[in-house]
Design a protein around this ligand. Structure first.
Ligand SMILES: Nc1ncnc2c1ncn2[C@@H]1O[C@H](COP(=O)(O)OP(=O)(O)OP(=O)(O)O)[C@@H](O)[C@H]1O
Length: 410
């Protein structure tokens, strides 16, 4: 930024009062002329500064407008196919694969390279260069070589464990049995039920048992991304699974991409729809007896688009309910296995008291009881610690209506 011009020196003249009148008058005239000159200089500087202020104000307005446009308009994702030169590149938009020759703003022209992922606006002008594809993949997917969850860690849902083993594990371990009988195993398994009941655990346990790579993708991640990104991520997900066979793909919160369509046709809706279509087409082109199994989970079964439940898609539904009394007792035992529990702790009574608790809430109860023991300077957890923990959780819950278990699940 240029500096403000320096002020002209203030003229100063001592006029000897003893001078003859005509000489004094002459000196005063001279001084006056100097003052007029300085005044003119100052006025011209003032004009310059006013112009500059106008310029700056216009620039601020422009930047603010640009900023607003950037914030308010949706950007589309594209890949740079080729840098043609002269600030021009060919980009291919994700989602519809449309290829466009477009200009790059001089601000980023030097940094754009073929293969970059970029965000473009409605007129395909590149706005930003995005982080590398691998980062986006890593953010949206969680990959575990062999999760450390076994069936013995899951309590109270034995029937569901059996069903999942039959629908997911067996086709991976003994595909020939399906061939012999001449049937295809279920394409995809949908686990539905309230939050925290062990759906993710079930999927992880199958991956553990079959030595498969566990690839988890959250439905909410798929729809949070830029336009065109969701369907791209779905393709990446299946590609990754093919690279890592045998693999279990676990799509949590599938309702985020597969809720019943409303009448509204906003661009966000269309994007979600595109992501779901990509998912369905990946599933349709799937080798039924292959080494990749798909499990999805939802807490909002009632809102699901029935299109995903057709044969060849998520055609095996398994409900994972809140644990019953015996289930709660089993889960309590599982989560206190590694704890130093005193003899007097009555799990049966605690199971009676915790009606409506999910597995995740029972796990918190056990941890909270341990915290009470530490607070009371004991290394052994007593029954009263569980009771205190229970009271605390109940008090917290009643002050937090939204967190009540199964809030969205009917
Ligand atoms: N049946 C269960 N047996 C043992 N622990 C459980 C059970 N259900 C839940 N838990 C505990 O709660 C935690 C969360 O469970 P999990 O992530 O499997 O639930 P979820 O059904 O997938 O929930 P969400 O729908 O919120 O994703 C688990 O890590 C585990 O510690």
């Amino acid at each position: 930024m240029s500096r403000s011009p320096s002020l002209p020196e203030r003229p100063h003249r001592d006029i000897d009062p003893d001078l003859p009148a005509d000489e004094r008058l002459e000196a005063l005239r001279g001084h006056y002329a100097e003052l007029v000159d300085v005044n003119e200089q100052l006025e011209s500087q003032l004009d310059q500064t006013t112009d500059r202020r106008e310029d700056l104000r216009e620039r601020v307005d422009r930047v603010e407008r640009e900023n607003e446009t950037l914030k308010s308009s949706s950007l589309y994702i594209a890949s740079v196919e080729d840098v043609v030169g002269d600030g021009e590149v060919v980009v291919k938009q994700h989602g519809n694969n449309q290829e466009v020759l477009t200009e790059v703003s001089p601000r980023i022209a030097e940094r754009v390279e073929a293969g970059d992922r970029v965000a473009v606006n409605d007129s395909f002008a590149i706005q930003t260069i995005l982080e590398t594809e691998t980062d986006a993949r890593a953010q949206a997917m969680e990959i575990t070589e062999r999760p450390e969850v076994g069936y013995e860690d899951i309590g109270g849902i034995d029937e569901q464990v059996r069903e999942v083993r039959e629908a997911v594990e067996q086709p991976l371990i003994e595909p020939e049995r399906f061939e012999e009988v001449g049937i295809d195993p279920p394409s995809g398994v949908l686990l539905h039920g309230p939050p925290g009941t062990g759906k993710t655990m079930l999927a992880k346990a199958v991956a553990n048992q079959t030595d498969a790579t566990f690839i988890k993708m959250a439905g909410s991640e798929l729809v949070r991304k830029f336009i065109g990104e969701g369907s791209r991520l779905v393709r990446d997900l299946f590609e990754l699974a093919r690279e890592r066979e045998p693999a279990i793909i676990f799509i949590d919160e599938i309702d985020a991409v597969a809720t019943t369509r409303t009448e509204s046709k906003t661009s966000g809706d269309a994007e979600v729809q595109r992501t779901m279509m990509q998912l369905l087409s990946e599933m349709d082109g799937f080798e039924a007896r292959g080494e990749i199994r798909i499990i999805a989970a939802t807490n909002r079964f009632d809102m699901l688009d029935r299109a995903i439940l057709r044969p060849g898609r998520f055609d095996r539904l398994i409900e994972v309910p809140e644990p019953d009394r015996d289930g709660r007792e089993q889960i309590l035992e599982i989560h206190t296995r590694g704890m130093n529990i005193a003899d007097g702790v009555d799990f049966a009574e605690l199971a009676d008291e915790t009606d409506g608790y999910s597995g995740a809430e029972i796990e918190s109860l056990a941890t909270e009881a341990g915290m009470f023991a530490i607070r009371n300077e004991r290394d052994e957890v007593h029954h009263e610690d569980f009771v205190d923990a229970f009271d605390k959780i109940e008090a917290d819950d009643s002050s937090d209506v939204i967190s009540s278990a199964g809030y969205f699940y009917q």
